[in-house]
Write a protein that binds this ligand. Structure first.
Ligand code: CAA
Length: 378
């Protein structure tokens, strides 16, 4: 066992850190105006961040999950919205297509997505199916050589900007979760409309919409995997997605901590820098310890995935712990900054708002506990 990053991984971290510096510019305005970072996402595509784990023959960067985690961590240290745009695209859409898509689907969809030319979205959640993902009301009725898709999806990351959507829908309700399919739907398909953008608490410059499907004809060749594979497809894809969200949470925590550490050395009260007060030192020490633990859990889950070993439980542990650390650290970061922490220019209030979603999406903290408990009790 060794805890050193390889030279290649160190270089990836350095490249992501370098790129992330450019995200500071306009980050407050993008958050305030809920403005999608078009130019930044385009640059992320050019740098290979939008196809990190996809093989080079499909125009990806051909890197591993650990490299991907390092990049999301660095990017989320500055802008967690950019982190989730990248995470949903890479973990949920590209991984899903690469692992389970047919050769023709990979040829047609993976290449433009992995090069960053196109953006992907993953549509599982519904108004009445968030945590309870088997209760799909969206239907994909079999009409021979196509499915007729009807229903509504909610809270879809990249919803308005995506070109390609992986949509989970019920084909045969009598078969329960074994009657669910995953379908590739392109923007602009007849009957497919995008609902209004959500006005969110955090990750405001990421783009979250509902999606409406009314008699959308989806060709059979757009089904991923065998008939009825859709629920397992979603679960397997989400296992990897949780590593991406753990990395995002880790980045938010580390970003809030780094700002707090720097501030605590500059800000003076009672005649000395606030980092010289034990009250602040205790907070900084807890942050350092908890972030390091979250980092080790997240890297371990990524490493297991890269080794081809089971990782569902470890991904849930990493996501559960890292998201709680993100929330706690961001709240303490605001406290350390005092009044300044409550205004936008000092960024930590944004980190606090952004942290909350990491305890909710890709499975709430309660769902992660369920996944962990089921694994240890099986
Ligand atoms: N891998 C493979 N198969 C799995 C699996 C996994 N990780 N988890 C479950 N399955 C299989 C089970 O083995 C079972 O199959 P069999 O019947 O053939 O044995 C089948 O799936 C059903 O499993 P369960 O009976 O355990 O299903 P359940 O209804 O009890 O739900 C759950 C399980 C873990 C709670 C699941 O519903 C879940 O993960 N819910 C949360 C959904 C979620 O994360 N939503 C987030 C939306 S995406 C998002 O947020 C993206 C974004 O915008 C950033």
């Amino acid at each position: 066992m060794h805890f050193e990053l390889s030279e290649e991984h160190q270089l990836i971290r350095k490249a992501a850190k370098e790129f992330a510096k450019s995200l500071w510019e306009g980050v407050v305005e993008r958050d305030e105006q809920a403005k999608f970072p078009d130019e930044q996402v385009r640059q992320m595509g050019e740098l290979g961040f939008m196809g990190m784990m996809v093989e080079e023959k499909y125009h990806g960067a051909g890197m591993d999950t650990l490299a991907y985690v390092l990049a999301i961590e660095e990017i989320s240290k500055v802008d967690a919205s950019a982190g989730v745009i990248m995470s949903a695209h890479n973990s949920l859409v590209l991984y899903g297509l690469q692992a389970f898509g047919s050769d023709a689907q990979q040829e047609k969809y993976l290449k433009p997505l992995a090069s960053g030319e196109k953006l992907g979205a993953f549509a599982l959640s519904e108004p009445e199916a968030g945590s309870d993902a088997t209760s799909q009301h969206t239907t994909a009725i079999d009409h021979g050589d196509y499915y007729l898709l009807n229903g509504t999806k909610n809270w879809i990351t990249n919803g308005g900007h995506a070109d390609v959507y992986l949509v989970i829908a019920q084909t045969d309700s009598e078969k329960g979760h074994r009657g669910i399919n995953a379908l590739i739907v392109e923007k602009g398909a007849d009957g497919f409309t995008i609902g209004p953008k959500e006005n969110k608490l955090g990750i405001r410059s990421s783009d979250t919409h509902s999606l409406l499907f009314t008699d959308v004809r989806v060709p059979k060749e757009n089904r991923i995997g065998d008939e009825g594979f859709g629920f397992k497809f979603a679960m397997k894809t989400l296992d990897g997605g949780r590593i991406g969200i753990a990395a995002q949470a880790l980045g938010i925590a580390a970003g809030a901590y780094e700002l707090s550490l720097a501030y605590s050395k500059e800000r003076k009260t009672f005649g000395k820098a606030i980092c010289e007060h034990q009250a602040i030192q205790f907070k900084l020490a807890d942050m350092e310890a908890e972030i390091e633990a979250a980092r080790l859990l997240t890297y371990k889950a990524a490493w297991l995935k890269d080794q081809g070993k089971p990782y569902a439980k470890e991904a849930a542990i990493a996501k559960l712990y890292a998201s709680e650390v993100a929330m706690k650290t961001a709240i303490e970061a605001v406290q350390i900054h005092g009044g300044y922490g409550y205004v936008k220019e000092y960024h930590v209030e944004r980190f606090m708002r952004d942290a909350k979603i990491t305890q909710i999406y890709e499975g709430t903290s309660e769902i992660q506990r369920l996944v962990i408990a089921r694994d240890i009790l099986k």
